[in-house]
Design a protein around this ligand. Sequence first.
Ligand code: PLP
Length: 403
Amino acid sequence: MKVNENFTGLSENYLFADIAKKVRAFRMQAPDADVISLGIGDVTQPLAPAVIEALHKAADEMATTTTFRGYGPERGYDFLREAIVTHDFCARGIDIEADEVFVSDGAKSDTGNFQELLSPESVVAVTDPVYPVYVDSNVMAGRRIVALPCTAENGFVPELPSEHVDVIYLCYPNNPTGTTLNKEQLKVWVDYAISEEALILYDAAYEAYIQSKDVPHSIYEIPGAKQCAVEFHSYSKTAGFTGIRCGYTVVPKDVKSERVKSEKSGLLETVSLNALWNRRQSTKFNGASYLSQRAAEAIYTPEGKAQTKATIAYYMANARLMREALTAMGFKVYGGVDAPYLWVSTPRGMTSWEFFDWMLQSAHVVCTPGVGFGGQGEGFVRLTAFGTHENTEKALRRIDSKL
Ligand code: PLP
């Protein structure tokens, strides 16, 4: 057998393994040190009581033959897809139909898998820095990638590519920079995609963290987006589902590929991505569990909404505290207003890793070196607001005292 040689083209991204190695070595050297992580991308707060109740109920249903559930419908249960349409779209004046929603086991799989629908020749644009899944999944498929630098100078707003691209991945609120695009800035991309007949793959995993009025929660708030954009959602950070696993992807029926020659008729035909994704999912995916989907449904109840909102407010209070304290210490801080991530410029020209080492050795605080998210991340570190209040406050006090 021969392997897919594209895998050898993957960059050896040992970011989190290297961080873990350095933290382990530090713990050996200073076993009594109380190391606090502001680098974690996972949540720390428990699930909402409404979600726990729904999980228990769903588990009980599995115990009797009359209410037991086996394989679910391909696109997800109607009860969840209808709740999604009502609460995430209709409530915002967006017209999305339930058969345009595909329930998933989270946004990582779908953002990684969606590229299977694209031809190998498609040219793909990604921001730099970037959530690595977009890059790696396309490198595995052998596609050419164009980087769109997001720097302090351009306010972390990517400029349109100087050459034609077929696909653009956008993630807003952004991981890792924590910055956003307002409606006007996002419209530039929708207009570009329509005029270039390109596809936008829009990752809205952090949508629930948006506080500012002019920041869109969905790309479909922008006119024309339903003909050029697919949108990924995740309950991981919205409702602490990193361990439960559930999300969804919206593939509007109006998103069509360029015309391809039909095997059957020999004629040029446009292909609906909704139909292709349905085909792909029904072949390779057997759905998120009934329990996960009932748990996700509970997020949309009045209690579920209030409880998940409170948890997000808890994390955003950390983000505000971090932003204010670090700015007062003299750091240049970006993000953290509409996202649980802060993108912090390293002081005195230090590299990302030099500053990581300083934080660990001096303040016993773990951060994530920005360079791990792409070349433009050099000179930055990412901090997350997912810790507890107590640890976040303690970490900030320590950093301040060591400066
Ligand atoms: N998209 C972005 C930008 C993320 O940061 C993450 C998780 O860190 C995901 C997707 C994956 O989310 P999920 O847990 O739903 O797979």
